[in-house]
Design a protein around this ligand. Structure first.
Ligand SMILES: [Mn+2]
Length: 339
């Protein structure tokens, strides 16, 4: 039996990268497990949005005094209790208009890569999963685990009672039903009454862009550099209850971007919001917006000259690393629509 969890492969496009691809043994998660960056390190803060950043971002809006942010254990509740207009907008949320684009790592394209995602129009939910590449050393394609996890998540979310879905229960069911070898991160976001409801485990995640600005970005959960929280086939790793739960108010016109680390390790927040702004001006459909974002991420992934959120993180962890990180890139874009 395999009793280790996997770190990511460090598939460097430079010759100077340190050997970080060793499989690290699992270690127990700490109680408060957010990896949101060191306050003394501006570079990390740039690539990882912390709760404080979210707070300042939201509080800087006109509704400063009426913004209520509650953090309970691993639950985020971001509630904009502001004007009657905002509440009216929230009550009129109708659906997510979603599209996706997937660019597998060029070397893994023939097996479909190791990412998976779903879009469910019935339940207004989307999800991404990222099979952890370290399994390849054991001859196991973790993409199978990720695809099965998403397929079961899609089925499980449709079993939830309408109007009171429980995403931890969804993730738990999917985890128990997944039989493939491997391990994976998971992120599921659903449109519910009043806003977005999400669970995230590991270093995939989501971002909400409002009026061209990043209103919120989910923090990454990692045990160490390049070693994400993950659900695994041997039940030795993290459990669905370790996922962070988010409830965030949303309004028509908001743009939700859900992606794997191939997206968030290669593009800074402002790169992503920049593409969203251009896409909105050009009137692009979500699928085309997702494609533009994914293509920019891949371009950066192959660029050895520019810094990336990944290279910033690597340097902070003591590794010499330059450029982007060639990876599977999954992007799901959802436009929040009124009824
Ligand atoms: Mn990945």
């Amino acid at each position: 039996m395999i009793s280790t969890l996997m770190s990511r492969e460090l598939d460097s496009n430079t010759s100077s990268a340190s050997p970080a691809s060793v499989s690290r043994r699992y270690k127990s998660p700490t109680v408060c497990s957010f990896i949101t960056g060191d306050a003394t390190s501006p570079k990390r803060m740039k690539s990882r949005t912390s709760m404080d950043e979210a707070r300042s971002s939201w509080a800087s809006e006109d509704n400063k005094n009426s913004t209520e942010i509650v953090r309970k254990a691993k639950h985020y509740n971001l509630v904009l209790q502001n004007s009657a207009t905002e509440l009216l907008l929230a009550s009129k949320l109708g659906k997510l208009n979603s599209g996706s684009f997937y660019l597998p790592h060029p070397a893994k394209a023939n097996t479909g890569g190791e990412d998976a995602h779903f879009i469910c129009t019935l339940t207004q939910a989307v999800g991404v999963a990222d099979g952890v590449g370290g399994w390849a050393d054991l001859g196991i394609d973790a993409g199978l685990y990720a695809r099965e996890l998403m397929s079961h998540s899609l089925a499980a979310i449709q079993e939830e009672p309408k109007g009171s879905i429980d995403l931890i229960r969804v993730l738990e069911k999917a985890y128990v039903r997944t039989k493939a070898k491997g391990s994976s991160t998971a992120c599921i976001v659903a449109l519910v009454d009043g806003g977005l409801y999400a669970v995230n485990l590991g270093d995939s995640g989501f971002m909400l862009v409002r009026n061209g600005c990043v209103a919120f970005k989910s923090p990454s959960q990692q045990h160490g550099f390049n070693f994400p929280y993950q659900l695994d086939c041997n039940n030795v790793g993290d459990s669905p209850s370790s996922a962070i739960v988010f409830k965030i108010t949303a309004a028509p016109g908001d743009v939700l971007i859900v992606g794997t680390d191939g997206l968030f390790d290669n593009l800074y927040d402002e790169d992503i919001s920049g593409v969203v702004i251009q896409a909105m001006e050009a009137g692009l459909e979500p699928q085309m917006t997702a494609q533009r974002i994914a293509e920019l991420a891949q371009q950066r992934a192959m660029d050895q000259t520019k810094s990336s959120p990944f290279s910033d993180g690597a340097r902070e962890a003591g590794f010499e690393y330059h450029g982007g990180k060639l990876e599977d890139i999954s992007v799901v874009v959802s436009y929040v629509m009124s009824n």
